[in-house]
Design a binder for this molecule. Structure first.
Ligand SMILES: [Ca+2]
Ligand SMILES: [Ca+2]
Ligand SMILES: [Ca+2]
Ligand SMILES: [Ca+2]
Length: 496
């Protein structure tokens, strides 16, 4: 005897009992139930088994009869409880899947797949003992349910009331074409309340399960997610509950704000025309929206240096300040740095008109000196005459040089490029005075071209070069020298 057969047997038995009731008649039981056409024919052996089974269960039935008699019209739900409390019946129940309702719409026993292991209620079965024909009746033993438990929907913030959020659909295995067993009505069991108005925030269409907003102006920045409990109830009052998880979608309705009202940074002056590629300052913006398109810029003419910098947006939404013009610490105006304004808007380029979405901030930049200048000779080329018998230690000329770095305080030291004075016949001291270090000999070298070096104290140092031309004259050429003295060239020049 298969499980389904035992199930039928049990139902036959119950029906027979109910049929004998005086107060609770079979009509009472069938009331509200629908015949859905399930039928089964049994052979004589099986019919005999049914009869035998009925006899053995007779005593247990009596308790049910008593119970049912007191339940009258509310017999449907308690049947299961009573059955489960009865030892004799429990044996059968434990091995008797008893659901006639299955998703795949089978109506005759031969096609019915009794795979349900839960007994939610009893089935009612009629037996015509002559033909041993069994009819299964839909007894609304299935509560509606939401197969997924939690359902996800979303709605845009700041919208109107009545915006569609999502649709909740429960399943009921009872016959949708029979009465109200599978006719579902939806309602919200636990709604969320709008603090401002005290109104429920969502509503559900009772017939369709469509959830809509009941109030306008949801604010994602305040509450990004909601969770509500939805109940589906069938015509007999059986319920199933599902959860609607509702995400509020962002719109860009909040303004950006710089995280600081003023930004400070330091930057090296630029060296020559090369500009640094790396940003010199990164700024951050706070905006409660998720959907911003930040656009940064330096506000033109907002302060000194505004033309020397630009703002770019980084991939992470932050902004970076970059140098676009040479910066010169030796320029007296620039030496004290720069101060100007930057702005951000969260609606992208060319959308500055909506001032609600634009924020401003000051940038202060301190400029750092670097050693970008060589020393500068007062005279880069000096030519002089000297008698060949001039004494060692005699001063010839004085070179002067200054360096604009370090606010003009950069120190300059002097040296002679020994490649231009291999015999070391000249020396220069730290005051720039060139002296004779070894005797000169006109026959050997009548004309010296000594390269004078001016070296600053930067790290690394920078060097400028000047030239001292020394013309050595014969001691007997006094007269000629006197004449020539008037033509000594001292050219003012720039350093090389
Ligand atoms: Ca925004
Ligand atoms: Ca928003
Ligand atoms: Ca320098
Ligand atoms: Ca400098």
């Amino acid at each position: 005897m298969g499980p389904w057969f035992r199930a039928l047997l049990l139902e036959v038995f119950i029906t027979a009992v109910l049929g004998n009731l005086e107060k609770v008649t079979e009509a009472n039981v069938v009331d509200g139930l629908q015949i859905i056409g399930g039928s089964a024919e049994f052979d004589s052996t099986e019919c005999q088994q049914l009869r035998d089974r009925l006899e053995t269960l007779e005593s247990a039935v009596k308790t049910i009869v008593i119970a049912l008699a007191s339940q009258k019209n509310e017999i449907i739900a308690p049947i299961t409880a009573i059955l489960e409390q009865n030892e004799v019946l429990r044996d059968i129940l434990s091995s008797s899947p008893m659901s006639q309702d299955v998703p795949e719409n089978s109506t005759t026993h031969s096609g019915v797949n009794f795979n349900s292991t839960m007994i939610t209620n009893s089935e009612t079965v009629h037996i015509d003992e002559e033909n041993c024909l069994v009819n299964l009746k839909d007894n609304n033993d299935n509560a509606p349910f939401f197969p997924h438990g939690v359902y996800f929907g979303n709605v845009t913030e700041n919208g109107t009331a009545g915006m569609v959020v999502m649709t909740m659909t429960a399943v009921d295995y009872n016959d949708p074409n029979e009465g109200s067993n599978a006719k579902l009505t939806y309602s919200i069991e636990k709604n969320v309340i709008d603090e401002k108005t005290g109104m429920p925030i969502f509503e559900i269409e009772s017939e369709t399960g469509v959830i809509k907003t009941a109030v306008p102006g949801l604010d994602r920045e305040k509450t990004p997610d909601y969770s509500i409990q939805v109940v589906a109830m069938d015509g007999r009052g059986l319920k199933g509950t599902g959860t609607a998880s509702i995400r509020v979608k962002d719109i860009n309705d909040m303004p950006p704000k710089f995280t600081k009202s003023e930004w400070y940074t330091e930057v090296d002056e630029t060296d020559g025309i090369a500009l640094p590629d790396a940003p010199i300052l990164r700024v951050t913006v706070h905006d409660e929206d998720e959907t911003n398109t930040f656009h940064y810029k330096v506000i033109e003419s907002s302060g000194f240096g505004a033309d020397k910098f630009t703002m770019v947006r980084n991939n992470d939404g932050t902004g970076s300040l970059k140098v676009v013009q040479p910066l010169d610490y030796e320029d007296k105006l620039q030496k004290h740095g720069f101060r100007f304004m930057i702005q951000v808007n969260d609606k992208g380029e060319d959308n500055d008109n909506d001032k609600y979405h634009v924020a401003y901030s000051w940038v202060h930049i301190k400029l750092r000196d670097i050693n970008d200048n060589k020393p500068l000779f007062e005279k880069a080329n000096i030519e002089t005459f000297v008698y060949e018998n001039a004494e060692v230690g005699k001063s010839l000329e004085t070179f002067r040089a200054t360096d604009p770095d370090q606010g003009g305080k950069s120190k300059v030291s002097f040296a002679i490029d020994r490649a231009s004075d291999r015999r070391r016949q000249f020396a220069i001291n730290q005051n720039g005075i060139v002296t004779i270090q070894r005797h000169l000999n006109r026959e050997d070298t009548p004309r010296h071209q000594v390269r004078i070096l001016a070296i600053d104290d930067g790290v690394p140092p920078k060097t400028a070069t000047a030239t001292l031309t020394v013309i050595v004259k014969d001691i007997n050429d006094n007269q000629a020298i006197k004449q020539l003295k008037g033509t000594v060239k001292c050219s003012l020049g720039t350093t090389s």
